[in-house]
Each structure stands twice: as C-alpha cells, then as structure tokens.
Design a protein around this ligand. Structure first.
Ligand SMILES: [Zn+2]
Length: 178
C-alpha cells in the first residue's frame, strides 16, 4: 500500500497504534489504521455418482496440479454464492450446495477456506484458461500426490474417511496443527 485509501496521503508509516499491541500501517495525515486481514477462499466438493470433481490448474500458483474448484470470495457476495460461482467459472458446471463440509486455516498465507458439499446433476463441464483438464474421480483415482493445496487434500481425505459418518459434521483443519 502506497497511499491512504481514506485521504490519499502518501504518509503511511508502520507503528503500533495507542490502543493496540500489533504493528499496523497508519496514515500520519488522517490517522486511519489500515488493517490487513485474512482472505476467504470458497469452493466445493462436487459429487456426481459417487465421484468427485477435480480441475487441473491452468494458472499459477501450482499450475498443473489438481484442485477442488475454489477461489476468493468477492465483496458483497455470500459464501455459498461464491462457492457456486467458483465451480461455474472453473468448470462450467451448475451445482447445488447441501452443507458446509470443511473449514481450513492456511495461517502463513492469511487464508481461510470454506469448502461446501455440492451435487452436480450432470457432467457437462468445459475446460478453460483456468482449468486445462477436468474430471470426476473415485477415491482410488484421485491423484493424491498432485493436489495443489493442503486445504483441498484435507477436505478430500475427510470426505472419504467420513463418507458413512455423521452427515452434519464440519471438519476443522489448519496448517498449524496438521
Ligand atoms: Zn489518510
């Protein structure tokens, strides 16, 4: 950040505000404290006939690795709509969400994943610049060594471990306590 988003001043400094304990970016002109908070990543475990939808990433980071369709929540969007939108943008599939499945903290990159269980009524997916290959996979077919992000590996493992478990269970995970 080079300019204050409140007053436009370039007099931004790093300091601990009087009422706080952490170093923040503070505008010396208008005293606005600019907080940097974690981003929310939303996506889906999409089921169809017992198999799970994965997309191969066509863009960095982790280009060429497989991923559950997911991405950053937009402003003015609720998390379920964001998750459905990400699946549509990355695979062309329209899905319906049944429930929240995984909440996963990626502490070092400031991200919180919310991954929902969803169903696709067909397999009419289409590849695009974001997803160069798309497919539905059974547990045995999942390319476990080529999954892009730890949050997705965690969600997939929990999905297959708990397939017959308590359906209301939300799985909590974190890069700190893995
Ligand atoms: Zn300012």
């Amino acid at each position: 950040m080079n300019y204050c988003s409140h007053c436009g001043s370039d007099q931004l400094i790093q300091k601990i505000p009087k009422t706080e304990t952490e170093v923040r970016t503070v505008c010396q002109n208008c005293e606005t404290v600019h907080y940097i908070n974690p981003n929310m990543v939303v996506g889906c475990i999409v089921e169809n006939k017992g198999q799970i939808l994965l997309a191969k990433r066509g863009i960095e980071p982790r280009k060429g690795f497989w991923n559950l369709p997911c991405g950053f929540l937009e402003m003015n969007e609720n998390v379920e709509d964001g998750a459905i939108r990400e699946v549509y943008e990355e695979t062309g599939l329209k899905v319906s969400i049944s429930r929240l499945h995984t909440l996963y903290n990626v502490v070092h990159s400031g991200q919180v994943y919310l991954i929902f269980l969803a169903k696709a009524s067909n397999r009419d997916f289409t590849t695009n610049i974001e997803s160069t290959e798309i497919g539905f996979f059974s547990e045995e077919q999942i390319p476990w060594d080529e999954i892009a992000f730890s949050a997705n590996t965690f969600a997939l493992k929990k999905y297959f471990e708990n397939k017959s478990g308590r359906p209301e269970n939300v799985h909590l995970g974190s890069t700190l306590n893995k």
